[in-house]
Design a protein around this ligand. Structure first.
Ligand SMILES: [Zn+2]
Length: 390
C-alpha cells in the first residue's frame, strides 16, 4: 500500500476548516485557495490560479508522473463551504477545526475540506512513491455550493480537454457514486390584469392559472414516476412547487396583475429536462393569462457506468485499502462532477470522507480515521487508473 502522511492530511484539513470560506459575499474562497496554492508551492507543483471572480479563484496543479505517457486523472474538490448559520445550534466552534472523540469538527470538515486535503496528500504520496505514467490534475474549485461558477469556468477554459476521468471528493460515506440526480429549477410568470376586487370582470386574475398549474404539476410528477421507475441509487423523479408569489395581504380587494410559481424538479437518468420544461409551459397555459417559463438552473443527471476506468480503478482501490467490497450509491443532489461530466464531457465519480447527511448541518464532523483511509484509497485509485491496473 502507498504510504500516506496521515498527520499531514489531518492537520491540513484542520487548517482549511479554520478558514471561514463560506459562500457569502464578504467571505468567499480566496484564503482557502491560497492555503492550497501554498501547499502546492511547498511541494514544487506547477500550478495556476484562475481568477473566476474577485476573491473566488480556482487553483489547478498538474503533477507529471515522470513515468512515461499515460492518461490524465483529475482530482476535484471545492474550497467554499455553506454558511455556519445560527451559532446557537453548534456545540463546537464551526471554524475551530477541533479534534475530539476521533472526529474533526467544523463547517466544511466533511463537505469537503477533508476530501480536498485527501486529494492533495494522495497525489503527494503517489509522487513520493516513485514515477508513475501520465499525470494528475489536482483542482480546488470555487462556488460548488452556489452556481458552480468555478467548475463552469474550469470547463470553459478548456481544462477538461485532456482529462480522462475525474474523482470528486464529496462526502459520500465511503460509497462509490457514479450516478447523480439532475436538478431543474423553473420559474413560471403569469401576467394578468389588475382590477378592483368588486369588479373582477374588468381584470384578469392569474391565480386560477396558478391553481391549475399546481394541480397539473402533481399529475406530471405521477406520470413521470410511472414512466421512469425509481432508480436503485437515486430513487424517484420529483416535481415540487416550492415558491408562490402573488398579490399582497394588505390588498385583499385587488385582483393581482401578476403571479409566479417556482418549481424544483429532481430527475434521474433517462428523464429529459427539455421535455419537462415544455410540459410545464403547456400546463401553464390558461385562457386569457399569458405565461412565461424561465429555466433558472439546469443540471442534468449523471450516469457514468461502473465499468468506466475511473470507477473501476476507484472500486479496486477501495477493495485493496479497506479490505471490503465497494458499496455503490448515488448523489442525491448535483456536484461539480455534474458540470465536469455534462459540459466537460469527462466521466466523473464521487467518493470522499464524511457522512452523506452531515453536510450543511450544525456540528458537522468527519471521522479522522476516514480522512486517512480515503487518502490511501485516492492514492491507490490514482496509481491503478494511471497504470491501467483495475
Ligand atoms: Zn460539497
Amino acid at each position: 500500500m502507498i504510504d500516506v502522511d496521515a498527520d499531514g492530511v489531518v492537520g491540513f484539513t484542520q487548517a482549511l476548516v479554520r478558514i471561514p470560506s463560506t459562500n457569502d459575499p464578504g467571505r468567499r474562497e480566496r484564503a482557502a485557495a491560497e492555503l492550497v496554492a501554498a501547499k502546492m508551492r511547498e511541494w514544487g507543483w506547477e500550478h495556476t490560479v484562475y481568477e473566476v471572480e474577485p476573491d473566488r479563484p480556482n487553483v489547478v496543479a498538474v503533477v507529471e508522473g515522470g513515468g512515461g505517457p499515460g492518461p490524465t486523472l483529475m482530482f476535484e474538490g471545492h474550497t467554499d463551504v455553506v454558511t455556519e448559520g445560527d451559532l446557537s445550534t453548534w456545540t463546537v466552534d464551526p471554524f475551530g477545526g477541533e479534534i475530539r472523540d476521533g472526529r474533526l469538527w467544523g463547517r466544511g470538515s466533511a463537505d469537503m475540506k477533508s476530501g480536498l486535503a485527501a486529494t492533495l496528500y494522495a497525489t503527494r504520496a503517489l509522487q513520493l512513491a516513485g514515477p508513475f505514467p501520465g499525470r494528475i490534475k489536482v483542482c480546488a474549485l470555487a462556488d460548488e455550493e452556489g452556481l458552480m461558477i468555478g467548475a463552469h469556468h474550469f470547463v470553459s477554459e478548456g481544462l477538461t480537454a485532456d482529462v480522462d476521468g475525474a474523482i470528486v471528493a464529496e462526502p459520500e460515506a465511503g460509497e462509490i457514486c457514479a450516478v447523480a440526480k439532475g436538478a431543474l429549477r423553473l420559474r413560471v410568470d403569469f401576467a394578468g390584469k389588475m382590477a378592483h376586487g368588486a369588479m373582477p370582470q374588468h381584470g384578469r386574475n392569474p391565480l386560477p392559472a396558478v391553481g391549475s398549474l399546481l394541480v397539473g404539476l402533481g399529475s406530471l410528477q405521477e406520470e413521470l414516476q410511472g414512466r421512469h421507475p425509481a432508480h436503485e441509487h437515486l430513487g424517484e423523479v420529483y416535481v415540487t412547487p416550492t415558491v408562490l408569489r402573488a398579490g399582497s395581504e394588505e390588498q385583499v380587494n385587488v385582483i393581482p396583475a401578476a403571479a409566479s410559481v417556482f418549481v424544483d424538479v429532481r430527475t434521474i437518468p433517462g428523464v429529459e429536462h427539455k421535455l419537462i420544461a415544455d410540459r410545464v409551459a403547456a400546463l401553464a397555459s390558461y385562457d386569457g393569462i399569458a405565461a412565461e417559463v424561465s429555466v433558472l438552473v439546469d443540471r442534468p443527471p449523471v450516469d457514468v457506468p461502473v465499468s468506466d476506468p475511473v470507477v473501476a480503478a476507484l472500486a479496486a482501490a477501495h477493495r485493496t485499502v479497506t479490505g471490503s467490497e465497494p458499496v455503490y450509491g448515488g448523489v442525491p443532489g448535483s456536484t461539480d462532477g455534474t458540470v465536469l461530466t455534462h459540459w466537460g464531457g469527462i466521466p466523473s465519480v464521487v467518493y470522499g470522507p464524511g457522512g452523506k447527511w452531515i453536510a450543511h448541518q450544525a456540528d458537522e464532523f468527519v471521522e479522522v480515521a476516514e480522512i486517512v483511509q480515503c487518502t490511501r484509497v485516492f492514492a491507490e485509485a490514482a496509481r491503478r487508473f494511471l497504470s491501467g491496473d483495475f
